[in-house]
Design a protein around this ligand. Structure first.
Ligand code: ADP
Ligand code: MG
Length: 311
């Protein structure tokens, strides 16, 4: 799954990501509400000459959580020590990390909030235990980026990578990037390859379209895996509702992959709906796939029940 060109997860070919990472809050494009709140938090901490409150960032992969944590440290003029949950599963590992932060001093865990700032990031806020979540004074949710923010990101990345690109070419890449900066950057690199081999190196609309079509990333950024999922709901389950386990088995995917990787963007597009009785393909999905819309027998009354709250 991580091999999909449109996977939001970091892959091998994202190795150049560091060069594209924004360093300052001003370079961080979009997420205006988060940035505004963060600016106030940072400024207040600086005025009081205090450590920043703990910050928890959550949202789908590739939307800029790691980038934002680096920016937070940068803006506070602080060093950042990065680790991950799996890496500190053992209490001893955490202790050694804290020790390193304080040059050999041992800290009580209860004192952490006074001495250092913890920035946590997660794609699954619902999986965080409440007592842990409650330790974070500031909790920000990152959302999918709108097209204009993505256009901005593609233009910035093209400049850094010295890629020649016109506005229409840039917009086409932004449109197919699934609201995700990481994917935008990856598509840009692939289209650049295509432009160099098949065209004169310049990314125009025609070049971007040809390259992305060849890569089987469609007009809305869907790939074959997404289309297989939607078509399964429509063809095998009359448009739904179908339980996620049944759906997973029918397309030979893991339930987790469907929930964490495939669904979020399809829900965002409004191609898929999650209901208490299972997943439903919407009219928009039929239209996108060029299939005649047939509300399934399971549809009437479906919307009377409240939709599942978003995790
Ligand atoms: N707001 C943004 N502005 C510009 N580039 C961004 C932004 N957010 C993410 N990116 C780009 O996308 C890449 C992936 O972001 P990252 O912070 O690693 O995402 P996450 O940690 O949420 O998975 C970064 O290397 C960066 O180049
Ligand atoms: Mg990250």
């Amino acid at each position: 799954m991580a091999d999909r060109l449109v996977s939001p997860l970091q892959g091998d070919e994202d190795g150049q990501e560091t060069s594209l990472r924004p360093r300052r809050l001003d370079d961080y494009i979009g997420q205006e509400r988060v940035k505004e709140n963060l600016r106030i938090l940072l400024e207040a901490a600086r005025l009081r000459d205090e450590a920043l409150d703990h910050v928890l960032l959550y949202g789908p992969p590739g939307l800029g959580k790691t980038s934002l944590s680096l920016i937070i440290a940068n803006e506070m003029g602080a060093e950042i020590r990065m680790t991950s949950g799996p890496a500190i599963e053992h209490a001893g590992d955490l202790a050694s990390i804290l020790t390193a932060l304080e040059d050999g001093d041992v800290l009580f865990i209860d004192e952490i909030h006074r001495l250092i700032t913890v920035v946590g990031a997660t794609t699954r806020i619902g999986a965080l235990a409440a007592p842990l979540r409650d330790r974070f004074g500031a909790i920000y949710r990152l959302n999918y980026y709108d097209e204009s923010a993505l256009q901005h990101i593609v233009r910035r990345s093209a400049r850094i990578l010295h890629v020649e690109i016109d506005d229409a070419g840039r917009d086409e890449i932004a449109r197919r990037a699934r609201g995700t900066p990481r994917i935008a950057n990856r598509l840009l690199r692939r289209v650049r390859d295509y432009a160099q081999v098949r065209a004169n190196g310049v990314i125009t609309l025609a070049v971007a379209e040809a390259a992305l079509n060849a890569l089987e990333v469609d007009k809305r950024g869907l790939d074959q895996t997404d289309r297989t999922l939607l078509e399964a709901i429509i063809r095998k389950f009359d448009g739904g509702p179908v339980g996620v386990e049944t759906l997973a088995a029918s397309i030979s995917e893991e339930v987790e992959t469907i929930e964490d990787v495939l669904e979020p963007y399809l829900l965002q597009l409004g191609f898929l709906a999650r209901t208490p009785r299972g997943r439903v393909a919407t009219r928009l999905a039929y239209e996108h796939l060029g299939m005649p819309f047939r509300p399934s027998p399971g549809m009437p009354g479906l919307w009377e029940e409240p939709p599942e709250p978003e995790a």
